[in-house]
Design a protein around this ligand. Structure first.
Ligand code: COA
Ligand code: NAP
Length: 270
């Protein structure tokens, strides 16, 4: 794949949920573009591994174990990153939880858990980020999902949670535009080798079904979400705020709805 040349030398980037999958892929693209990286997630082991991987790419990297459901922990991580790096220039917020379950099989606590990680967690990250982000010039990017706009069976909790994430993006773009802070979102399509896709399509057959519903007829790579994040955070996107950018091979045009019809058969064992 042709590489994009964005220069983030000297810039500080904080990735919430940045220790695996898509978000780590995003962090790695910023590291390759010269940025200093802070990553945060619950597991200290995953944090340590991600910091080692980012350092291996030549980046100055720090990490914090914190749960996005707890504002104090999130805020403390941002303050530590500011002490390490000075002002934070870019924040990517991608911590999320998902499991496939029909609504009648989701308990109150199960629904609440996903809402608290995705929606409340996004608010916590954005709220803490605002205090330390470069003003003017900072860029905030939320990681959404097709479920925010496409109703999907077995995803009532995630559809509700990610729709909330998109509204947070839009409202904060309105409120923080006057500070020179842009707030955008990326909605990834099906991305290969990720926890999210392994949970929703646990078998090769299901993955192939999904692949065939993507207009570009392939899964995306975390690196491609990283490329979109580099663009949205860069001066090339200086007049873009409040958008939810699908990076999905065209999946949101029709495929997301088609695929779930087959997926529910597989989960039911039809
Ligand atoms: N079907 C139905 N309910 C489920 C479930 C499933 N497959 N998996 C978990 N739950 C329910 C649990 O039963 C529990 O509800 P209960 O207390 O009424 O029994 C509730 O969800 C919380 O589960 P718990 O494991 O205690 O929560 P947690 O905070 O430790 O984990 C999750 C949150 C459930 C979202 C967990 O899957 C997670 O940590 N996910 C992060 C990784 C991930 O999802 N990656 C993909 C991102 S797209
Ligand atoms: P993933 O590897 O499980 O990424 C989730 C990350 O969030 C992990 O680093 C996890 O680390 C962290 N996290 C989870 N709960 C957290 C919490 N309460 N507090 C702090 N950190 C938490 O899954 P992924 O599939 O790459 O998904 C990444 C993002 O992309 C998510 O926002 C997802 O909705 C979105 N997305 C994914 C796909 C896909 O194809 N996979 C498609 C569309 C959208 P810890 O376990 O250490 O906390």
């Amino acid at each position: 794949m042709a590489s994009l040349t964005f220069d983030f030398s000297g810039k500080a980037v904080f990735v919430a949920g940045g220790t695996s999958g898509i978000n780590l892929g995003v962090a790695k693209r910023f590291a390759e573009a010269g940025a200093k990286l802070a990553v945060m997630s619950r597991s200290q082991e995953k944090v340590d591994a991600a910091v080692a991987e980012l350092s291996g790419l030549g980046a100055e990297a720090v990490g914090y174990a914190a749960d996005v459901r707890h504002f104090g922990a999130v805020s403390s991580a941002f303050n530590s990153a500011k002490e390490a790096f000075g002002a934070i220039d870019v924040v990517v917020s991608g911590a999320a939880g998902n499991f496939p379950a029909f609504a009648k099989g989701i308990s109150s606590n199960g629904f609440r858990s996903v809402l608290e990680i995705d929606t409340l967690g996004t608010f916590h990250v954005m709220r803490a980020a605002f205090d330390v982000i470069t003003k003017p010039g900072g860029a905030l990017i939320n990681i959404s999902a097709p479920q925010a706009v496409q109703p999907m069976q077995m995803q009532a909790h995630v559809c509700a949670a990610k729709a909330g994430v998109d509204k947070i993006t839009e409202v904060l773009a309105l409120e923080w535009g006057p500070y020179g802070v842009r707030v955008n979102s990326i909605s990834p399509g099906p991305i290969r080798n990720t926890e999210g896709m392994d949970r929703l399509a646990p078998t090769d057959d299901l993955k192939d079904l999904i692949r065939r519903t993507v207009p570009l007829e392939r899964f995306g790579d975390a690196e491609e979400i990283g490329n979109a994040a580099l663009f949205l955070a860069s001066p090339a996107a200086a007049y873009i705020t409040g958008v939810v950018l699908p990076v999905d091979g065209g999946w949101s045009l029709s495929g997301a709805g088609v695929a779930t019809e087959k997926m529910i058969s597989a989960f039911r064992g039809d």
